[in-house]
Design a protein around this ligand. Structure first.
Ligand SMILES: [Zn+2]
Ligand SMILES: [Zn+2]
Length: 255
């Protein structure tokens, strides 16, 4: 069995816990040290319960808290070479494993399948987690879908998917034009309609959980994200879970 939970999701900080058997990993850490410990505590966890930290890319909301947290609690950090270079080198992290964004690897009982995504970072990677039977997919911080992404995310048992913005809200909102262009570009963030299109292109017949993640506080609402996604999944809006910035998401079991 796999279970997962979110410490928080959005541009102010991200962290996802994935657990299988006795293995428990933290994917990204965009929170200050004390905040990370508090958020772990909400899920009944202490830092000592973790086996490793996995990093998707160098942006502050994902990697900002990684080095301090890993150093303080002697945790190994898994990341691509590009992410390591962009963060500013390995001296900050005493235990480090470089990963390749096309090569699966194991951490304890968890099988991890990385895959590259179009995002304005040095070598961003997202992940599919498996216990050999069930599969959980994570995709945030991608400007678009790709055929490779859709192959990776097809037939999952659970999916955490970015629903960053509603394109109309973004374009009519207060952000400066350069920021609007960055967010909506192919190397920016996934909008609700593109997320829905991605869902329409993959096999969702096994999905037990769908979690909308990395919602913009300014350019999206849970209602807009739910409406777009449940039309694509043909499900009731209540079935769509939202990982929020403040509360994250409570434990979900993939049976
Ligand atoms: Zn982000
Ligand atoms: Zn990012």
């Amino acid at each position: 069995m796999i279970r997962f939970a979110s410490l928080g999701s959005g541009s102010e900080g991200n962290g996802l816990i994935v657990e299988s058997g006795t293995t428990r990993i933290l994917v990204d850490c965009g929170f200050r040290l004390s905040d990370t410990v508090t958020r772990l505590g909400r899920l009944g966890l202490a830092p000592a319960d973790l086996d490793a930290v996995l990093v998707t890319h160098e942006h502050d909301d994902h990697a900002g808290g990684v080095a301090r947290f890993a150093r303080r609690y002697h945790l190994p950090v898994y990341l691509t070479y590009g992410t390591l270079v962009a963060i500013g080198g390995g001296a900050m992290m005493p235990r480090m494993s470089l990963i390749d964004s096309h090569t699966p690897f194991m951490i304890g009982d968890l099988e991890i399948h990385p895959y590259p995504v179009p995002h304005d970072a040095r070598e961003p990677s997202q992940f599919v987690f498996s216990d050999g039977e069930r599969r959980l997919g994570l995709l945030t911080d991608t400007g678009d879908s790709t055929p490779h992404i859709e192959r990776m995310l097809s037939g999952l048992d659970a999916l955490v998917l970015e629903c960053n913005h509603d394109l109309e809200l973004l374009m009519s909102g207060p952000y400066p034009p350069t920021l609007k262009r960055r967010i909506s570009s192919r190397y920016g963030h996934l909008d609700n309609a593109t997320a829905a299109r991605l869902i329409g292109g993959i096999d969702c017949s096994r999905l037990q959980h769908f979690v909308a993640a990395h919602l913009s506080a300014q350019n999206n609402t849970p209602e807009l994200a739910r409406t777009a996604v449940c039309a694509a999944l043909n499900c009731a809006p209540e079935w769509i879970a939202i990982a929020t910035q403040t509360h994250g998401l409570d434990w979900r079991d993939i049976a």
